[in-house]
Design a binder for this molecule. Sequence first.
Ligand SMILES: Nc1ncnc2c1ncn2[C@@H]1O[C@H](COP(=O)(O)OP(=O)(O)OP(=O)(O)O)[C@@H](O)[C@H]1O
Ligand SMILES: [Mg+2]
Length: 329
Amino acid sequence: MAPLDSPPLPPARPGGPAGPTRAYASTRTRRHARAGGPLLQVDGVSIDYRTHERVVRATHRVSFDVHAGDRFVLLGASGCGKSTLLKAVAGFIAPSEGEIRLQGRTVTQPGPDRVVVFQEFDQLPPWKTVRENVAFPLLASRTCGRAEAAERAALYLEKVGLSRFADVHPHQLSGGMKQRVAIARALAMQPQVLLMDEPFAALDALTRRRMQEELLGLWDEFRFTLIFVTHSIEEALVVGNRIAILSPHPGRLRAEINSHAFGLHSLGGSAFQATARRIYGLLFEGQDTPSTEPAATPVPGSVEADAAALARGPRTAAGHGALPFRISV
Ligand SMILES: Nc1ncnc2c1ncn2[C@@H]1O[C@H](COP(=O)(O)OP(=O)(O)OP(=O)(O)O)[C@@H](O)[C@H]1O
Ligand SMILES: [Mg+2]
C-alpha cells in the first residue's frame, strides 16, 4: 500500500501548559534540580570496542553535564563516536573509563528513564498497530497498566498528529510518520532523558525541516530533556540549546556552544552563519575552511555538505545572499 499523507501537527503552544508536562518532573528530579545538580553527568568517558584483531577507541575522556529541560546536541563528523556515547547513556554499552550518572546514580544498564529514537524507519515492530507500538513499552516495562497505557498512547499520538492512524500498521505510514510514532512512543514513556540518534537523517529535506519544527513544538509543550545526535551543523543550531562539539575519531570534546538564541527563525541570519562557521572551525580544528569543492558529493545535511556550502560562499547571483546552510534543509 502507498504511504499515507503526513497530516500536519497542531501548532505549538509556546510557554508550555500544565498537565502532562508535570509528568516529566518527578519528585526526585525536582529535588535534584533544586539541589542544583545536573540531571545527567558524563564524566571522563572513554569507550572502546574490542574485536579479535584490535581495540577501537570510539570516544576519549568526554565530559559534559546535561540539565533538566536541555536540548543537548552531540555534533561531530561521521565515526567520531556520537552513537556510541548515546548508547552508553542509554546503558547499552559500558565505558572503559569514566562514569555516566543520572541524577547522581551511575548508569549500569538500560532503563525506562532513558528512551532512544533511532534513525531507522524499521524501529517499530511491523506486526503491531501504531497504537500498540506506542503502548507496548509502557506495558513491557510495567511503567503503567493497560488503561493508562491506552490513555497515554492516545494522548501522545494526538500530540504528533497521528490519532487518525492509530489502528494502521507501520508499513502503511510514510517515513516521517514512522518517526512521529517513534517519538510518540518515546514521549509516552515520559523518560528522564529522551535520546535521539539522527532521527531525521533519512528523511527528505522538507520533511526533515518539518520534523525539526514539530520536535521543537513538542519540547515547548512538554519541556523534556533531550540529547540529540546529528552531524549537521545547521540541525544542531536549530534543535539545540547547547551543543557539544566532538573532534573526528576518536571523539574528544572540543567545545561546548550555547545555541539557545537560534531556531528555525534564525536560518540564514548573520549571527547564525557566524556561529556555524565557528563550529566548523572547532570541528576541524587545525584545518582551514575548504577553499575548493570536495571531490565526492557530500551527504545532504552532513558536516561535509555544510563545509561544501561554506566553501561555495554567498550565492548572490541567486539573490538570496550568504545562506550556505539553507542547502541542507
Ligand atoms: N560494534 C562495533 N565494533 C567495533 N567498532 C565499532 C562498533 N561500533 C562502532 N565502532 C567504531 O567506533 C567509532 C565510533 O562509531 P559511532 O557509530 O559511534 O560513530 P558516529 O559518530 O555515530 O558516526 P555516524 O555519524 O556515521 O553515525 C567508529 O570508528 C566505528 O567504526
Ligand atoms: Mg551514529
